[in-house]
Design a protein around this ligand. Sequence first.
Ligand code: UD1
Length: 366
Amino acid sequence: MAARKKVVSVVGARPQFVKLAAVAAALDETGSEHVIVHTGQHYDDRLSDVFFSDLGIPAPAVHLGIGSGSHGVQTGAMLSALDGALEAQRPDWVLVYGDTNSTLAGALAAVKLHLPVAHLEAGLRSFNRVMPEEHNRVLTDHACDLLLAPTQVAVRQLAAEGLAARTVLVGDVMTDVCLRVRDGVLAAPPARPAELAAHPDGDGDYLVATIHRAENTDDHARLARIVGALAALPLPVLLLAHPRLVARAAQAGVELRAGAVLPARPLPYPQTVAAVLGSAGVVTDSGGLQKEAFLLGVPCTTVRTETEWTETLDDGWNVLAGADDVLADPARFAALVRRARPAGPRGTPFGDGKAAHRVTDALSAS
Ligand code: UD1
């Protein structure tokens, strides 16, 4: 970065820490002043601290300690606390990441203080207005001064919304981190997860699953259908259970330990990459994991009716299997959870693993 800038990163939830790892390292290389503000949206060690330690991210300078709550309460508390935190820093840029309530609160807090604000992972759309993340994305993009787009698809979407002049294509910073961690895992593979090791068929093929989206966890009948479909799969299913899934399943009276399903705690990032690399396939509703499966060359089945990462659907690396009638028919669902890897090379729609340097260049140029 030619002109050294002061950047405040506002983060709070697990996928943001992965993106932050790439950006923090790139900002450090340029000698920029970088202040990390953690909203506290995620506070469990497995969802927060392990990402900082495993990915070598400096500890947050400011921790707002907001925690969980309804969307309004959580977002409002962050907005209120960010006022003072950002005012005290007066950075050249506030940088917000992804599509969580922490993203929207960071963007709103910055514009209200007339601080320049940039959105990393701008331009993604699911066009599903039931998702809280979709509102967070749209509102954040339209509030921000600089839109750092991960893909050509995102660039085109921002142009269609009249935002081309603020858009820069940088590539996907999660790809930077995923490829780096993959290389480390291949050099020194961690042990198989204990839940698999303890299973009678645990030394054979297995699937990795995650389910945490509100639209999948908060409707009792839908959650029961999803767990039923996972339970009927023909391979052990290592279900890395987000606390939201555990809480909602308990409320709904849905037993996660059913059939093929092996419930496990969320894994740290390197162990997640290793578990995916060693698996026959991924079943998920996570945006990040769909992309990581693609990058790691593992077939993915997405328990949603749409995806923001549409490039993963090309050539059959990812398949959508979230319709209610599919989930209600375990044989149909199982047929979509295929193991065969598509023939032919995968493209590189998410960039070359050097996106974070383009982020620092864009911040210094503006
Ligand atoms: C949030 C993001 C979602 C992202 C996900 C990654 C929003 C609207 N959603 O969803 O886009 O994919 O993070 O994980 O911002 N909880 C804990 N411990 C924690 C955090 C949460 O037990 O450290 C439980 C609480 O019961 C909480 C629930 O999980 O109410 C939901 O947490 P919240 O941060 O509101 O949303 P996520 O589902 O994690």
